[in-house]
Design a protein. Structure first.
Length: 485
């Protein structure tokens, strides 16, 4: 096994996370209270400025604070926009990542710069370079649109990947990542359940009345969106976290630990079901198939595959449970004649013809919401992509799609190579969970543009690094707790 590295100069990740989580919660609560009493702009100014300066000091002291802030903040800032309308809370991500990256640059030494010698960093950098050159695409002549759109496509990745390589070098930090994701998963699942069974609060209802109701109230049935931008993102995120819980519940831990993980799985599955989204089912299916093959245990592999086939057959070939709205919505994901799927296929056919003589695409920021703002009336402004990979294809062309696919292919291949070398059962189980979840989100992104959106963007970028550098976590933080025989 790899020797446990010493923790030099950094505060405990658990303490970091507790401080940041508390700071975020108190800030959000204060802002919401002040906003409900009067001017939202004043509320944001009064409460954000001191917290922001305090955060800057923490990041300068330890860049890990910045990365953990980004991880936590990604889970709720889009939901906070419903309470603080008009305040660009998303820009906090840009500012924090920039300050964190700058702080890390000044900490680079001959020793830690070697950590950047990674194929994950190289492929991410190549993708960012390609998207930077897309700023000169003559089809996209409004630089403002490129600036806004490139953030989620590559700018956050080129900052998060090297930061994770440099800062997530210890098993303790990996554990902090899981604790953070699990904590927010439980909280947001309960919040989604509350929206369906108790009701939305006045701010959420105002958002539904203003714009959200078009896609979130279907046939009089509300689709839960929790703290996320929409129900689709909420559902897929819940499926991802539920999968992580499930894989750890199947690991070699104490009976008590496995029960805790299983309860977390059930809570997140309930949260997923309240979203009324169809994409999440693929996260679970694909992730479980990856898990079964990676464990290389044929006694479990065959029954596991049969179980997956049984669930698939239940949804595909029966009508049992159709009176339940959530089950009905999941079942439509497997219907090749489903109306929205046919519309998407028709749109992709139109897009294919449009891109025939555009190998470099139409330019970043020329589709979806940014097209509607900066290119109203254009062909792509009226043609929704409805998929992360279709969006990449439309804006970057077939050349860009190949470059992007290569970066993902590296993670897919090297993830398996590294996981198979692991000896520590805890490390192995967690890396398999991250790898299966990564593959599940990739497949779900064919139907929904979820890969680069909050909070999945940061989860995917950090996971890409962790699974491809898994060997450096292959040591014991504490004796592995095995279940009683």
């Amino acid at each position: 096994m790899v020797a446990r590295p010493r923790n030099k100069g950094f505060i405990s990740p658990e303490l970091n996370n507790l401080i940041i989580g508390t700071m975020i919660f108190m800030t959000g609560l204060t802002m919401a209270i002040v906003a409900s009493m009067g001017d939202a702009g004043i509320a944001g100014l009064v409460t954000l400025l001191p917290v922001f300066f305090g955060l800057v000091i923490l990041i300068i002291n330890n860049p890990l604070y910045g990365l953990l802030f980004y991880l936590n903040y990604s889970f709720f800032f889009t939901g906070l926009n419903r309470y603080l309308v008009g305040i660009p809370l998303g820009l906090m991500v840009d500012v924090v990542l920039f300050i964190t990256s700058l702080s890390m640059i000044f900490r680079l030494t001959k020793d830690n710069v070697k950590l950047l010698n990674s194929g994950t960093f190289v492929t991410t950098a190549l993708w960012f370079l390609y998207t930077a050159l897309e700023a000169f695409n003559p089809e996209a002549y409004k630089i403002q649109s490129w600036i806004y759109a490139v953030r989620g496509i590559s700018l956050y990745a080129i900052q998060t990947v090297p930061l994770t390589l440099l800062l997530v070098t210890k098993k303790e930090t990996v554990n902090t990542f899981f604790k953070t994701v699990f904590s927010w998963g439980i909280f947001t699942a309960i919040w989604g359940w509350k929206q369906i069974n108790i009701g939305t609060d006045p701010f959420e209802q105002a958002w539904l009345d203003r714009e959200g109701g078009v896609t979130h109230v279907l046939g009089g049935q509300l689709r839960a969106f929790s703290l996320f931008s929409d129900a689709g993102q909420f559902g897929v995120t819940m499926a991802y976290i539920a999968f992580l819980f499930l894989i750890l519940a199947l690991g070699k831990y104490s009976t008590r630990q496995r029960w805790i993980y299983f309860i977390g799985f059930v809570v997140c599955i309930i949260g997923m079901s309240t979203s009324g989204s169809r994409g999440p089912v693929f996260v679970i299916f694909v992730g479980m198939i990856a898990y079964l093959f990676l464990i290389r245990n044929f006694k479990i592999l065959v029954p596991g595959l049969l179980g997956i086939l049984l669930v698939f057959s239940f949804l595909k070939f029966t009508f049992i449970g159709n009176t339940n709205y959530q089950i009905f919505r999941l079942r439509t994901a497997l219907d090749p004649k489903e109306a929205s799927l046919l519309v998407r296929l028709e749109n992709q056919s139109k897009l294919r013809k449009y891109l025939e003589d555009r190998p470099f695409g139409s330019g970043i920021g020329t589709t979806d919401v940014w097209a509607a703002r900066y290119y109203p009336g254009s062909f792509l402004a009226n043609l929704p992509t409805d998929s992360w990979f279709v969006k990449i294809w439309a804006e970057n062309g077939v050349v860009g799609l190949v470059v992007y696919a290569l970066s993902l292919a590296w993670v897919i291949v090297m993830g398996v190579v590294n996981i198979r070398k692991l000896k520590n059962p805890d490390t192995r189980q967690k890396m398999i969970a991250l790898y299966g979840g990564f593959l599940g989100i990739m497949v779900a992104s064919f139907g929904n543009p979820v890969f680069g959106q909050a909070p999945l963007g940061v989860l995917m970028y950090m996971s890409m690094v962790m699974v491809t550098t898994a060997e450096r976590f292959d040591y014991d933080v504490e004796p592995t707790k095995l279940p009683a025989s």
